[in-house]
Design a binder for this molecule. Structure first.
Ligand code: FES
Ligand SMILES: [Fe+2]
Length: 428
């Protein structure tokens, strides 16, 4: 449970808010690289942290993320003409480069120098892996680029998608560190989905519905360990890293690729669920990629032309009560991503955390909230750089591992929880 003021601190990320300042300390995924596939391609509207922006790729291949609205009289530059090194407003022809600098005001004499005085807000936009990343904080505090493993492996080893989710980022992210819901909500799917089925660990998940949670801190966030009984008095551990503010990695299953998410605020009542799958050691197979493209695993099928899931609030997520009754799916909603999203959206746009009744399986969530609150306070009061900004904090992995009962996961799984280039995740 949180007080209302604490809930507000964590869930409000618009300009000028303390939570927004925290998010503006990090490089964040802004677009899929495929959204700007070539020079002079159409610009894309981007809303992040409640700011309306437009992204484009100019004639020389430079990426830009600038204020959506023309400095003249406020037209959306999404209508702009991407030509000759800039984005030109179609209303009266004012033109901007990728830094937001106005290059031309055709109605004014060139010698007046008027256009030099006009500059739109802009943020850097950098391609790394399949993602275009942005940093929306003060230029003098811009950290080095992120070093998440999924974005550093060769292209053939990673698949990334994104979908909109119609609720605040925090309740979506909290699903990502809540390993206890898997045995309930995703029952049925983990043994049928092509990207989850067949792992030995699935049996442990289904054989013990009372996982014990142990949460330990790492410099960038937390490792959330969920312990279930395995054979011979041993424990099956599923360990989920959370890197501040909103990166989570799902523990692997058998020999399947490893999945994870970023939960990025669009505004206070909507977020992007970024979903990646990768293998550190080899290329994804054609079958795996085909399953991901078809919306299996943690990916979804879309309403054509965008990133809204085909199963959404407006069609009751295509809930199938017969499948629910028969236990084919536990909630009646199909697919892991929409099983999560449907329930998280059902909590309302921003869940009221003053009314919760938390239990021991919520320990990861409780600790993550407190870590965030501490970081916000330290940033506001002392300007302390928050955990997760340093790229060294990104070198984490999830693990699924069977350990003797007397061994603490933080020691016994230490190596498995760090990046070991080219080597597969520890997985059961
Ligand atoms: S509103 Fe953009 S040029 Fe006039
Ligand atoms: Fe889930």
């Amino acid at each position: 449970m949180l007080r209302q003021d604490q809930n507000d601190l964590l869930t409000r990320t618009g300009p000028g808010t303390p939570g927004g300042q925290l998010f503006r300390s990090y490089w964040l995924p802004a677009l899929l690289a495929e959204e700007l596939p070539e020079n002079e391609c159409p610009p894309v509207r981007v809303k992040l942290l409640s700011e309306r922006l437009v992204a484009f790729r100019d004639s020389e291949g430079r990426y830009g993320l600038i204020d959506e609205f023309c400095a003249h009289r406020g037209v959306s530059l999404w209508f702009g003409r991407n030509e000759e090194g800039g984005l030109r407003c179609p209303y009266h022809g004012w033109k901007y480069d990728v830094t937001g600098q106005c290059l031309e005001v055709p109605s004014e004499p060139v010698e007046s120098g008027f256009c030099k005085k006009i500059r739109l807000k802009s943020y850097p936009l950098v391609k790394m892996g399949p993602v275009l990343w942005t940093y929306m904080g003060p230029a003098e505090k811009q950290p080095p680029l992120p070093e998440y493993e999924f974005a550093q492996v060769p292209d053939a080893q990673c698949f990334t998608s994104k979908r909109t989710q119609e609720c605040n980022w925090l309740q979506a992210m909290e699903g990502g560190i809540d390993s206890s819901h898997v045995s309930w909500l995703h029952r049925g799917v983990i043994d049928s989905d092509p990207l989850f089925k067949g792992a030995k660990g699935n049996g442990y998940n289904m054989g013990d519905f009372r996982p014990m949670f142990e949460v330990v801190e790492h410099p960038g966030g937390l490792y959330v360990g969920a312990r279930r009984n395995a054979e011979n008095g041993q424990y099956y551990w599923r360990i989920t890293p959370w890197v501040m503010p909103c990166f989570t990695m799902i523990p692997p299953r058998g020999n399947h690729p490893v999945h994870g998410h970023f939960w990025i605020p669009i505004d206070d009542e909507n977020c992007w669920a970024w979903s990646f799958d990768y293998r550190p050691e080899r290329a994804l197979t054609a079958d795996e990629v085909a399953a991901m493209r078809a919306g299996k695993g943690i990916h979804v099928e879309y309403v054509p032309g965008g990133y809204r899931p085909a199963a959404n609030k407006d069609n009751d997520y295509l809930i199938d009560r017969a499948a629910q009754k028969a236990g084919i799916t536990y909630s009646g909603v199909e697919g892991i991503a929409m099983q999560d999203a449907s329930l998280q959206e059902s909590m309302g746009p921003i869940v009221d955390r003053t009314k919760e009744n938390l239990v021991s399986t919520d320990n990861g969530i409780i600790m993550a909230r407190h870590r965030m609150l501490r970081a916000i306070k330290a940033l506001m009061e002392k300007g302390t750089v928050p955990p997760g900004v340093d790229p060294a904090h990104h070198h984490v992995r999830s693990a699924a591992i069977v350990l003797p009962a007397d061994q603490a996961f933080k020691d016994a799984a230490k190596e498995a929880l760090s990046v070991r280039a080219g080597r597969a995740h520890a997985s059961v």
